[in-house]
Design a protein. Structure first.
Length: 103
Protein backbone atom coordinates (compact mmCIF):
# COMPACT_ATOMS: atom_id res chain seq x y z
CA UNK A 1 0.00 0.00 0.00
CA UNK A 2 2.86 2.39 0.81
CA UNK A 3 4.36 1.75 -2.61
CA UNK A 4 1.06 2.56 -4.32
CA UNK A 5 0.71 5.75 -2.27
CA UNK A 6 4.24 6.78 -3.21
CA UNK A 7 3.58 6.07 -6.89
CA UNK A 8 0.40 8.17 -6.85
CA UNK A 9 2.26 11.00 -5.09
CA UNK A 10 5.06 10.94 -7.68
CA UNK A 11 2.62 10.93 -10.59
CA UNK A 12 0.69 13.88 -9.17
CA UNK A 13 3.90 15.77 -8.44
CA UNK A 14 5.17 15.23 -11.99
CA UNK A 15 1.84 16.34 -13.41
CA UNK A 16 1.98 19.57 -11.42
CA UNK A 17 5.57 20.24 -12.41
CA UNK A 18 4.81 19.76 -16.10
CA UNK A 19 2.21 22.55 -16.11
CA UNK A 20 4.21 25.06 -14.11
CA UNK A 21 5.58 28.09 -15.88
CA UNK A 22 9.16 29.26 -15.58
CA UNK A 23 7.89 32.71 -14.72
CA UNK A 24 5.09 32.54 -12.15
CA UNK A 25 1.69 34.08 -13.05
CA UNK A 26 1.72 37.82 -12.59
CA UNK A 27 5.52 37.94 -12.92
CA UNK A 28 7.77 38.51 -15.90
CA UNK A 29 11.42 38.09 -16.80
CA UNK A 30 12.90 41.26 -18.24
CA UNK A 31 16.26 42.16 -19.69
CA UNK A 32 17.74 45.12 -21.52
CA UNK A 33 18.99 44.81 -25.09
CA UNK A 34 20.33 47.34 -27.60
CA UNK A 35 16.88 47.23 -29.27
CA UNK A 36 15.04 47.92 -26.02
CA UNK A 37 13.76 45.93 -23.09
CA UNK A 38 12.48 42.40 -23.71
CA UNK A 39 9.69 41.24 -21.41
CA UNK A 40 9.00 37.50 -21.23
CA UNK A 41 5.68 36.41 -19.75
CA UNK A 42 5.58 32.65 -19.18
CA UNK A 43 1.78 32.69 -18.98
CA UNK A 44 1.56 33.64 -22.67
CA UNK A 45 3.55 30.55 -23.61
CA UNK A 46 1.61 28.35 -21.18
CA UNK A 47 -1.65 29.60 -22.72
CA UNK A 48 -0.26 28.53 -26.11
CA UNK A 49 0.01 24.98 -24.76
CA UNK A 50 3.72 24.87 -23.93
CA UNK A 51 5.25 23.39 -20.82
CA UNK A 52 8.58 24.11 -19.14
CA UNK A 53 10.24 21.14 -20.80
CA UNK A 54 9.49 22.48 -24.28
CA UNK A 55 12.22 25.09 -23.67
CA UNK A 56 14.12 23.98 -20.57
CA UNK A 57 16.88 22.85 -20.54
CA UNK A 58 17.35 22.23 -24.27
CA UNK A 59 16.98 25.89 -25.33
CA UNK A 60 17.40 27.70 -22.02
CA UNK A 61 19.13 26.78 -18.78
CA UNK A 62 17.05 26.83 -15.60
CA UNK A 63 19.25 29.50 -14.04
CA UNK A 64 18.27 33.16 -13.94
CA UNK A 65 20.65 35.30 -15.93
CA UNK A 66 22.00 32.44 -18.04
CA UNK A 67 20.46 33.61 -21.32
CA UNK A 68 23.13 34.89 -23.65
CA UNK A 69 21.42 35.37 -26.99
CA UNK A 70 23.15 37.72 -29.40
CA UNK A 71 22.17 39.55 -32.57
CA UNK A 72 24.04 36.86 -34.50
CA UNK A 73 21.91 34.16 -32.80
CA UNK A 74 18.80 36.16 -33.65
CA UNK A 75 19.74 36.36 -37.32
CA UNK A 76 20.71 32.68 -37.52
CA UNK A 77 17.34 31.66 -36.09
CA UNK A 78 18.54 28.29 -34.79
CA UNK A 79 18.50 28.51 -31.01
CA UNK A 80 16.96 30.27 -28.03
CA UNK A 81 13.67 32.03 -28.82
CA UNK A 82 14.30 31.77 -32.53
CA UNK A 83 14.15 27.99 -32.53
CA UNK A 84 10.37 28.44 -32.48
CA UNK A 85 9.90 32.08 -33.49
CA UNK A 86 10.84 31.34 -37.07
CA UNK A 87 7.54 31.97 -38.84
CA UNK A 88 6.63 28.30 -38.91
CA UNK A 89 6.00 27.21 -35.33
CA UNK A 90 5.41 30.72 -33.96
CA UNK A 91 5.48 34.25 -35.35
CA UNK A 92 8.77 35.12 -37.04
CA UNK A 93 11.11 37.24 -34.98
CA UNK A 94 12.44 38.89 -38.14
CA UNK A 95 10.32 41.94 -38.92
CA UNK A 96 8.33 41.70 -35.68
CA UNK A 97 10.76 43.47 -33.35
CA UNK A 98 8.06 45.29 -31.36
CA UNK A 99 6.43 41.99 -30.33
CA UNK A 100 9.36 41.39 -27.98
CA UNK A 101 11.36 44.62 -27.79
CA UNK A 102 9.99 47.81 -26.26
CA UNK A 103 11.72 51.17 -26.41
Amino acid sequence: MKLLTLAVFLILTLALVSVAVAVPPGKTAEWETPMGKVVFDGAVHKDAGLTCTDCHPKLFQMKSGSFGGTVADHNAGQQYCWACHNGTKAFAAQGNCAKCHTK
